[in-house]
Design a protein around this ligand. Structure first.
Ligand SMILES: Cc1cc2nc3c(=O)[nH]c(=O)nc-3n(C[C@H](O)[C@H](O)[C@H](O)COP(=O)(O)OP(=O)(O)OC[C@H]3O[C@@H](n4cnc5c(N)ncnc54)[C@H](O)[C@@H]3O)c2cc1C
Length: 591
């Protein structure tokens, strides 16, 4: 692990990483806790994304990392670790404020090929030790190995048989058969699971209650564009063309999803609502009740993936006295456009992204806007907001390698990194932030100043990517009221403690969305909901999102959701696990 003095930089990095991985492979093979321990720093972390054992967790601290690696490595015969120079030429990087050498490696297990990322720290004596390591099953290699390298069969020349369209229609009808996997919700999360399930050889059906694929975006408020940049948001297998804008408008993403479903041959039923399901332990199948275009239908899939969004159901708080208001009251999810409110008063409750975008839309349409702030909110200009995603921006390796690097950052290191980014964006945004504070806006920056991405993962909101509404607030063109300053709700608006009244014809409740937990009781009953427990938000034991993309305590019930990048990275693990379960290599529930 010593570098040769004076060696060219590239050689040095190559040698350093290769020596580390060889020593690691040997220590694991020899089951030597002492040798393994020497390879990691004291505050090291291992993020296991189903790579070494079917477990999704982050382990922290030298002793824990070593003990878990030894136990789990033996279980799946993890071996033959080698640096993958094709995926990434080992390089210097700064991660969480520390100078690291990062590399991608490959390895083998009884469950198939694996890959991972390491971040090594140079020690004062010249040795390199690992600060972080991640391990994951290599979905592409596993699928390619099964296909034996042969391309999918081209259309048969049997003119008497069904042609492609007829075959697709028959496949998607599920007339006299059931899919292996029923996916409830056809946003990017559900669709991504279907694509990966199909690739690994499972049948799956996506259902959505909306009229048309993409309506999950189409029906949102006018003017909505994605708030993170296009290179972060690619769907698997079919990246957005280079001609796409930096921030994709909602209707364009809706149309893209519709085309993607068609191109990737996803079986998808629109206008189909999932009403609930019960699980039969004996047959290990669900009985799922659907309403398809008004008629009842039952399916008996082996697995159900709930992809109904981690922010799908409007959260409408109890607001005492709001019934006194005689105007219209809408949740932000039902707000479409501002034009009809020109010249009229509107009060928007909430200070998240939807609240700001809706205020800006209404202000542009000529409405009189008041924004009501209930709790402190993070505001970040849309460009510095992208700094959290910088793994994906600028020149560099292909997106598959960037996904390995990105998902190879364990939560404790992510917190360190994001805190530094937050300090940086606060510095860059200082002029705007001080103007906002002067206008009475209360700011905050997430737990321990870690910024918006962890707010999304813990509470699904609480931030705004400024695209102009903050300037309107600072200039007083969107008037700001603190919720505590409201004395009463009256027929024509709100009366404030200073005796003035803000008149309105419309209240928009931009009060956020409920997490997926609340749907569990409604759709699966209290016993299943109790068994599964919380969904989304971090589990303190595993330092991973609760119940996401992993087996749950309810056999055959899975959850997916989150941002585009999360769907792209994690959907394949659901497919891999279901495939292993159906092949008898993995138990169905977590016990
Ligand atoms: C206003 C807004 C802006 C956002 N902007 C971004 C952004 O810029 N970048 C980003 O990465 N993320 C963004 N998000 C967060 C997140 O990516 C989106 O919410 C995204 O739509 C989530 O995708 P999904 O597939 O998990 O769920 P959804 O897209 O919400 O899809 C869930 C689907 O489930 C269906 N469904 C629900 N219940 C049932 C049922 N019982 N039966 C049948 N179908 C059902 C719904 O009809 C819906 O189509 C935004 C969210 C909101 C609310």
């Amino acid at each position: 692990m010593l570098d040769r003095p004076g060696a060219p930089l590239a050689d040095t990095l190559r040698e350093t990483t290769e020596r580390w991985i060889e020593a690691f492979s040997a220590a694991l093979a020899g089951r030597s806790a002492g040798e393994l321990s020497e390879l990691f720093v004291a505050d090291s972390h291992w993020r296991n994304l189903f790579g070494i054992s079917w477990h999704f967790a982050t382990f922290s601290g030298n002793a824990t990392v070593v003990a878990e690696l030894l136990a789990r490595g033996t279980e799946v015969r993890a071996a033959n670790f080698r640096i993958d120079h094709g995926a990434l030429a080992p390089r210097h990087a700064v991660v969480g404020g520390r100078d690291v050498i990062e590399a991608i490696f490959a390895f083998d297990t009884v469950n198939g090929a694996g890959y991972g990322a390491i971040r090594l720290l140079r020690q004062p004596d010249g040795l390199a030790k690992a600060w972080t390591i991640s391990t994951s099953l290599d979905f592409d290699s596993i699928c390619e190995a099964r296909a034996g390298g042969s391309p999918a069969q081209s259309t048969t020349r049997d003119f008497a048989g069904p042609d492609w369209l007829e075959a697709r229609q028959a496949e998607a009808a599920y007339d006299n058969r059931d899919p292996d996997v029923l996916i409830v919700g056809g946003g990017h999360a559900g669709i991504s699971v279907a694509v990966e399930a199909k690739r690994i050889g499972l049948t799956s059906l996506v259902i959505d209650r909306e009229e048309r694929i993409g309506d999950n975006w189409r029906l949102r408020y006018r003017g909505l564009k994605l708030h993170n940049k296009t290179p972060v948001n690619h769907l698997r297998y079919l990246p957005f063309p280079k001609t796409f804008p930096d921030y994709i408008p909602k209707d364009r993403i809706a149309n893209w999803l519709e085309s993607y479903v068609d191109i990737m041959e996803v079986d998808f039923w629109t206008r189909t609502a999932f009403e609930g399901a019960t699980y039969d332990d004996a047959s290990q199948r669900w009985t799922a009740r659907l309403t398809r275009e008004g008629a009842g239908r039952t399916l008996r899939p082996k697995h159900i993936v709930l992809a109904t969004s981690v922010s799908g159901t409007p959260a409408i708080p109890e607001i005492a006295g709001i019934d006194n208001f005689e105007g219209e009251v809408l949740h932000s999810s039902r707000f479409k456009a501002g034009r009809q409110w020109a010249g009229r008063g509107v009060i928007v409750f909430g200070t998240g992204t939807s609240a700001h975008d809706i205020c800006q839309e209404l202000q542009a349409a000529g409405a009189e806007i008041t924004m009501v702030q209930r709790s402190p909110t993070m505001v970040v200009n849309v460009e510095p907001a992208q700094l959290y995603d910088k793994t994906y921006l600028g020149d560099g390796p292909p997106i598959a390698s960037r996904d390995i690097l990105n998902s190879g950052v364990p939560l404790p290191v992510m917190k360190l990194a994001h805190k530094l980014v937050t300090d940086e964006v606060k510095r860059l945004d200082a002029p705007l932030l001080s103007r906002l504070e002067a206008a009475g806006f209360r700011l905050e920056y997430g737990e321990d100043g870690t910024g918006w991405p962890l707010k999304f993962r813990t509470r699904g909101g609480g931030y705004y990517f400024n695209v102009g509404a903050s300037e309107l607030i600072a200039d007083g063109r969107i008037r700001l009221v603190q919720a505590a300053d409201i004395e009463a709700y009256v027929a024509d608006g709100v009366r404030l403690r200073d005796g003035t009244t803000r008149k309105a014809d419309l209240f928009v409740l931009a009060t956020g969305y409920k997490g997926p937990d609340h749907l569990l009781t409604q759709l699966f009953g209290a016993a299943v909901a109790d068994r599964v427990g919380r969904v989304w938000g971090f589990d303190e034991g595993t330092a991973e999102l609760r119940n996401m993309w992993t087996r749950t305590r309810q056999p055959g019930l899975w959850f997916t959701g989150g941002a585009f990048s999360q769907a792209r990275i994690y959907s394949r693990y659901i497919a891999l696990q279901i495939d292993a379960i159906e092949a008898g290599r993995l138990g169905k529930g977590l016990g």
